[in-house]
Design a protein around this ligand. Structure first.
Ligand SMILES: C[S@@+](CC[C@H](N)C(=O)[O-])C[C@H]1O[C@@H](n2cnc3c(N)ncnc32)[C@H](O)[C@@H]1O
Length: 276
């Protein structure tokens, strides 16, 4: 039998703490994952044991430790053009629709609501730059948010390893929009400037956000309870412009959570729009 050095009491404490802070649910059986991530945090802070980390955590004195532990429990898996089809629909259907004469203000707001290390909002920026070189006067804003301070700082830096670049980025776009930086590749300024990043917790009160034409809220609600998903969808609905589109991850849906959304099958992807 596999045994863990994290005690059941510590595991319960961590999952309670992480759920309260981020809504992320750590199921039974995740002891190994929790332990290995806690050990990473301990190592970075030169703490000598799990016990030392747990006792500092319980004291609640070190705010940055609290944040690091929640941060360490997030799963930041992402890639360029992840799942491909949502981005094809964005390029072939949604952007042309939004950039025709029906948008007299010439404004476009797109939100990547759990953007991890930035691949999703930068993918959107490259599509817009490539296929919709906006005419004079267009105001395009792409916002990338994430709970993880570490991910937001990585996204802002726009620096990616070879391994990360190889996950879904077409060679043509690599050549066009990245420059070599040591053994890594850095996204060029013209794409970087199109995206603003901010740390944000989806389960806390949302800050003021502009009305969004498109929201990418992908592969984050899978970690939440149905009640939390409902609340987030309600808030996303309030932020979407009339006629705006919502994309969720392939394993996520609004069905049985929020009937105000209609489900649209476009090409090979599903997206959602608030019913009129
Ligand atoms: C699996 S990644 C998804 C990244 C990207 N959307 C994609 O589909 O490739 C999930 C992200 O959600 C973030 N996250 C988890 N809980 C969150 C919360 N309460 N508020 C905001 N972001 C959260 C994590 O930090 C992580 O970077």
């Amino acid at each position: 039998m596999v045994t863990f050095s994290i005690s059941p009491a510590d595991f319960d404490y961590i999952r309670d703490f992480v759920k309260r802070r981020s809504a992320i649910v750590l199921d039974d059986g995740k002891e190994y994952l929790v332990e290995s991530r806690l050990l990473q945090v301990a190592r970075k802070r030169s703490l000598t044991s799990l016990e030392e980390l747990m006792s500092k955590l319980r004291s609640g004195m070190d705010k940055s430790l609290l944040e690091s532990v929640v941060d360490a429990m997030t799963t930041n898996e992402t890639s360029w053009f992840r799942d491909l089809h949502p981005f094809q629909v964005l390029k072939e259907r949604i952007l042309p629709e939004m950039c025709n004469g029906s948008n007299p203000k010439k404004e476009l707001n797109i939100w990547s609501a759990a953007c991890s290390s930035g691949q999703e909002p930068y993918t959107i920026a490259m599509i817009i730059k490539d296929y919709f070189p906006m005419r004079e006067g267009w105001d395009v804003k792409i916002l990338g948010c994430d709970l993880s301070a570490e991910m937001i700082s990585r996204a802002r830096a726009g620096l990616y390893s070879k391994l990360e670049i190889n996950r879904g980025l077409p060679a043509m776009l690599m050549v066009k929009y990245f420059q070599q930086d040591g053994r890594n590749a850095r996204i060029k300024d013209d794409i970087m400037k199109m995206v603003t990043f901010r740390q944000m917790n989806l389960v806390e009160q949302w800050p003021f956000l502009p009305k969004m034409d498109v929201i990418f809220l992908r592969n984050v609600m899978i970690y939440f309870t149905p009640q939390v998903k409902k609340e987030i969808l309600r808030k996303a609905r309030a932020v979407l412009k009339p006629g705006g589109y919502l994309f969720l991850g392939a394993a996520e849906t609004t069905i049985n959570l929020d009937d105000s959304f209609e489900v649209l099958r476009l090409n090979k992807t599903t997206c959602y729009r608030v019913r009129t």
